[in-house]
Design a protein around this ligand. Structure first.
Ligand code: DP6
Length: 332
């Protein structure tokens, strides 16, 4: 008989895509239109506690200390995927908290759904493998499929209509190439258009969307080779190109998706000046105004000092690469 502890606590970390995901081949199953490649961060965490309770008649969901109807519906639907597998209708208490700003381009949905998938799997005694957990996390958020794993991770878009080949796999451990990520926070405001809505509008209206999707497989080949060879220059070039191509698609979306502020652009120029000075660093930016500067470990302090000096930068975080989603301590 499978043990069902009915409760579990898990931790996951956000990841940052170097080859970006922006577009879906299926909305219902949340299947990406193209692959992506990411690094999982070490210093930012989501901790999620789940407890199934047969006295509950509705899920009770608290995110960063707040209850919100739209989130409760979204997470309830996600829990249903696991309830169906476990053959239970039992409702759950879910408490999740981040130690970094939510909804500001720091991929809180990635770590959130990855932590939730791992915690619910344990609580219901499902014992799913990492591939299945990645596919389930994907249903919550495409980028969450990648946070199941640590280090360098590639997400496959798959071709099957049932999505059973759309999951992430680990490429290289964090310790094998311990890059640093310096995150320049330029705003803590919640963004106006979230990734899910934004990418669907891009898909419908951006004249560059199809060309963008066509560039991804080639970028993935280069990025994969760069990771395998630990070739920083090569990874830098392809990552910046993928980021800027995605933002070009966003800018051409109608109405336009402009996730940058003035400080975002100043941070890009700061990274370019460091590069011109021979520093091993490159930038990447997601659906928000923060700039993530990826660098070799020996460059991290200099990169952080330079970004801190940029007007409009509110804070600078330095992170290493980290592990995949996991159960905490004794899991209770
Ligand atoms: C810009 O994974 O948040 O961060 O699958 O609709 O939940 P949904 O979208 P999400 O999109 C992430 C977009 C991105 C790029 C990336 O992480 O690859």
């Amino acid at each position: 008989m499978t043990l069902q502890p009915m409760r579990a606590t898990a931790t996951a970390q956000p990841n940052i895509a170097l080859v970006k995901y922006w577009g879906k081949r299926d909305v219902a199953l949340n299947l990406p239109a193209a692959g992506s490649l990411s690094i999982t961060l070490g210093a930012l965490h989501t901790r999620t506690r789940v407890r199934f309770d047969d006295a509950l008649d509705a899920d009770d969901i608290t995110l960063n200390g707040e209850r919100e109807a739209a989130q409760t519906r979204k997470i309830g639907a996600f829990l249903d995927l696991f309830r169906t597998r476990a053959g239970t209708a039992m409702r759950a208490h879910v408490e999740s908290g981040n130690d970094f700003p939510t909804g500001a381009g720091l991929a809180s949905s990635a770590s959130g759904f990855a932590a939730l998938a791992v915690a619910v799997d344990r609580a219901l005694g499902l014992n799913l493998d990492a591939r299945e957990l990645s596919m389930l996390a994907r249903r919550g958020s495409g980028s969450a499929a990648r946070s199941i794993f640590g280090g360098f991770v590639e997400m496959a878009p798959g071709t099957r209509v049932d999505g059973e080949d759309a999951f992430a796999t680990p490429l290289l451990d964090a310790a094998a190439w311990p890059l640093k990520v310096v995150v320049a926070i330029t705003s803590r405001k919640k963004k106006a258009v979230d990734s899910r809505a934004g990418m669907q509008t891009s898909q419908r209206t951006s004249p560059y969307y199809h060309d963008w999707i066509a560039t991804v497989p080639g970028d993935l080949v280069i990025a994969r080779q760069a990771v395998q060879a630990r070739d920083f220059e090569k990874l830098a070039r392809v990552s910046e190109a993928s980021c800027l191509a995605m933002h070009a698609v966003m800018l051409a979306t109608r109405p336009a998706l402009i996730y940058w502020n003035g400080a975002t652009l100043d941070c890009i120029q700061c990274v370019r000046a460091l590069q011109a000075d021979g520093v091993a660093v490159f930038f990447t930016i997601d659906a928000g105004p923060q700039v993530k500067a990826v660098c070799l470990p020996e460059a991290a302090a200099r990169v952080a000092d330079a970004l801190r000096e940029v007007a409009g930068v509110e804070d600078v975080l330095i992170s290493g690469l980290g592990e995949g989603a996991r159960i905490d301590g004794d899991g209770a």
